[in-house]
Design a protein around this ligand. Structure first.
Ligand code: HEC
Length: 177
């Protein structure tokens, strides 16, 4: 191959290659330019179908404290716990309590978990009649929607598992029969 021909081939190759490369430049930023959620970004709306949420209308954001209390009471009157207090349910509830609630409410539910001690107001003592006498649906609303300082768990714990946690809290932290 003479040198003029190889020069031409080289030019053809460069001309073909450059637009393709240029198109994807700067390639080192590709991973950054994506619709991902940054760490600690506050409200992350998931697709409506990503977690099976029933009773959708109960989850409109309560407009202040009075609305929160009202919505909770409505939930207490309308929602029925569909999960029987079986040993499996209690075991599942125990595991989830340890993952999600223990840090604030403490192993025995007394409201003195390590993280909870930093909270103002303090996490609720879950052994109190105030909690134990609430209808399951009311507790379900609190877990789903959070409370004044307490975060919500409707996107972290699927519906059935929220009932499992309630079964556990009532069985283990409730008054001795
Ligand atoms: C980050 C800390 C934190 C975590 C985690 C947490 N809570 Fe709470 N919780 C609180 C605080 C603080 C309060 C009291 C103030 C308030 O109502 O927000 C509270 C209140 C409550 C109440 C009483 C609500 C009422 O009727 O006044 C219940 C019931 C409850 N929590 C259950 C749970 C359960 C079950 C979990 C786990 C799924 C959980 N909490 C996880 C901090 C937490």
């Amino acid at each position: 191959m003479n040198s003029a021909r190889s020069q031409l081939l080289l030019r053809c190759f460069v001309m073909l290659a450059i637009p393709a490369v240029a198109w994807s430049l700067p390639w080192d930023k590709d991973m950054q330019n994506q619709p991902s959620v940054k760490a600690q970004e506050s409200v992350v709306e998931t697709n409506a179908d990503s977690v099976p949420i029933g009773e959708q209308e109960l989850f409109s954001a309560p407009d202040g404290l009075i609305e929160l209390v009202r919505a909770r009471l409505v939930a207490g009157q309308t929602l029925v716990n569909p999960v029987r207090k079986s040993p499996e349910s209690l075991e599942r509830g125990r595991q989830l309590y340890q993952v999600h609630c223990l840090v604030c409410h403490g192993a025995q539910g007394r409201g003195n978990g390590l993280v909870g001690q930093k909270f103002v107001p303090q996490p609720m003592d879950l052994t109190l009649d105030y909690v134990q006498l609430q209808p399951d649906g009311q507790l379900y609303y609190t877990i789903s929607h959070g409370s004044i300082a307490m975060p919500y768990y409707r996107q972290a714990i699927v519906a059935e598992d929220r009932w499992n946690v309630i079964n556990y809290v009532k069985e283990v932290m409730g008054p001795d029969e």
